[in-house]
Design a protein around this ligand. Structure first.
Ligand SMILES: Cc1cc2nc3c(=O)[nH]c(=O)nc-3n(C[C@H](O)[C@H](O)[C@H](O)COP(=O)(O)O)c2cc1C
Length: 194
């Protein structure tokens, strides 16, 4: 066994979402992002359809993505105080993140399992990435809040009718240790024994 049960639980328990405003500005390299995404491969997946795909935006493409997100926002909602504030947030995220990664569900061409099962498998893959980022001392979090369903962004991602954009992973350097900000339910709260 590679780690004790106590170590395993402590690892899972001490993983935290790290937000772009907390990144320290040091870069995460392309090789490190590659290593991070390696963890996705081992997620459970019904009929081993492996429905996850990731589009990595680093350097200039990352700035282009932010521009597209801002344009999509203005096209949908116009320019006002609220959208200008949101536009600044897109720019801040692009500036502070070493990589912005689009999480995209690519369906099994044979459609052997229902789509919701493919979504669950992608979520499992993202959690693998989260846990591995923790080991690599790379900060990240999964965001679904930004630019969902904007045609300009979907076009940039080249989505087809069966694909589903499941949000973004923002990646940056974070060598600190975050503590749990909120208490979690106890096992007794979410388990019933039959
Ligand atoms: C599917 C999914 C979508 C999320 N979307 C957002 C988001 O849009 N904005 C955000 O601030 N956090 C988002 N989060 C991260 C949660 O805020 C975070 O997991 C939660 O605060 C618990 O913190 P922890 O990950 O450190 O345990 C998302 C998490 C998941 C699983």
């Amino acid at each position: 066994m590679m780690m004790t049960p106590e170590d395993s639980l402590a690892w899972i328990e001490s993983r935290r979402s790290v937000f772009p405003k907390e990144f320290n500005g040091d870069p995460v390299s392309k090789e490190e992002v590659h290593a991070l995404l390696e963890a996705a491969r081992w997620a459970p997946t019904h009929k081993v359809t492996e429905p996850w795909s990731f589009q990595v935006f680093m350097g200039e493409p990352k700035n282009e993505l932010a521009k597209t997100q801002i344009q999509g926002l203005y096209n949908a909602k116009g320019k006002n105080d609220d959208t200008e504030m949101k536009a600044k947030k897109f720019t801040m995220i692009a500036d502070r993140s070493s990589a912005v990664i689009a999480i995209v569900l690519r369906r099994d061409p044979l459609m052997r399992v229902p789509r919701y099962e493919e979504e669950w498998a992608v979520a499992a893959a993202v959690q693998n990435i989260h846990l591995h980022a923790h080991a690599l001392e790379i900060g990240m979090y999964w965001s679904t809040g930004a630019s969902k369903g904007r045609p300009e962004v979907d076009a940039l991602l080249g989505l087809d009718e069966h694909d589903l954009h499941m949000g973004w992973i923002y990646v940056g350097r974070y060598a600190g240790l975050k503590t749990l900000s909120k208490d979690r339910k106890s096992v007794e709260d979410y388990v019933t024994w039959k």
